[in-house]
Write a protein that binds this ligand. Structure first.
Ligand SMILES: [Mn+2]
Length: 327
């Protein structure tokens, strides 16, 4: 056996032996979670689903005792045994009682659900595809061994599953249950509970349509758009603007997504996580993780203003005046 194989066997054993599965709640995380739960013989109800704005690395996060399987949360400092499966930029080396399986840096990109098939080789390809499509869109079907899945149903299901987390109080547990309980995307789509996901998708789309015509304020380097919505609209709107304004860093912020905080998405440019942290070096907020061209975070309104100043963003009507030290 080679080292990679030994490592994956160790990861599989850790995954099967952890106290609980903690999946991220986007389509990629939930599909990865469904693969883990099925391998462990568990139902969706056994998973730990964290509230909006909380990650497993948040101090005081409501997590069960014991070792955990963290799926698609990044690789960050954690003071307990764990297995972490992920494709974002790893931020720390794992401790000796932690196992990390990361596809970061691979080309083509391998989202977490697809990566899970290396840990659980008999995991269903359609589940890996639901997660991969959630992150990569149709390009996911170019990944090796995802080429034979039913593309239409997988795309439809991936969109519905990802909608659950986009609206406040959305049907995330239902989305996970559909992935755990069914043996194919068609069966999941035929489940009556899919109506909950369809309602979430409609509610999200209405918010997206309401806000899609707002124009960012921009200079040559940075475009900034401030929105107010309880729906998770800002990442997609940021991606849309980054495509249109390809030379600029795009920051789309939402002041109604989390109570009292600014949740923002940054897109475009490159090396985003370190760019953000350089712009706001002393902040202890939850920000500057993720991927090379897709990052963001959650900051207090004051910290967010300082971030904009640090990034060299234009003055934005609706944001409070820049802090005096930068004036
Ligand atoms: Mn992902």
């Amino acid at each position: 056996m080679n080292d990679v194989h030994v490592h994956l066997v160790r990861a599989r054993q850790a995954l099967l032996n952890t106290a609980a599965v903690v999946p991220n709640v986007d389509a990629d995380g939930l599909a990865a979670g469904a693969i883990a739960l099925r391998a462990r013989g568990e139902t969706a109800g056994a998973a730990t689903l964290l509230e909006r704005g909380i990650t497993p690395f948040t101090p005081g996060a409501p997590l069960p005792d014991g070792p955990l399987a963290l799926l698609s949360w990044g690789v960050r400092e954690l003071g307990r045994p764990a297995v972490m499966v992920d494709h974002h930029v790893p931020e720390v080396a794992p401790r000796s009682d932690q196992v990390v399986v990361s596809s970061f840096g691979e080309s083509p990109e391998v989202p977490t659900a697809a990566l899970m098939r290396r840990v659980i080789p008999d995991a269903p390809a359609w589940l890996a595809a639901v997660g991969a499509v959630g992150d990569l869109g149709p390009a996911a079907f170019g990944l090796e061994d995802l080429r034979d899945v039913a593309q239409g149903p997988v795309r439809r299901l991936a969109g519905l599953v990802d909608s659950a987390r986009r609206v406040p109080g959305g049907p995330i547990a239902t989305a996970l249950a559909l992935l755990v309980e069914h043996d194919g995307p068609e069966a999941a789509l035929a489940d009556p509970r899919i109506a909950e996901l369809e309602a979430a998708k409609r509610a999200w789309k209405a918010e997206y349509d309401r806000l899609i015509d707002r124009t960012p304020v921009m200079n040559d380097a940075v475009a900034v758009l401030l929105l107010s919505s309880t729906a998770r609209v800002h990442p997609l709107i940021a991606t849309m603007w980054a495509r249109r304004l390809s030379s600029r860093l795009v920051v789309v912020a939402n002041d109604a997504y989390l109570d009292g905080r600014i949740d923002f998405a940054a897109r475009g440019g490159s090396g985003l996580p370190s760019l953000l942290r350089r712009a706001l070096p002393d902040a202890d907020g939850e920000f500057g993780h993720g991927r090379d061209r897709a990052s963001g975070g959650t900051l207090t309104p004051c910290e967010f203003e300082r971030l904009l100043v640090g990034l060299g963003a234009p003055d934005v009507p609706g944001a409070r005046a820049p802090v005096s030290s930068a004036a």
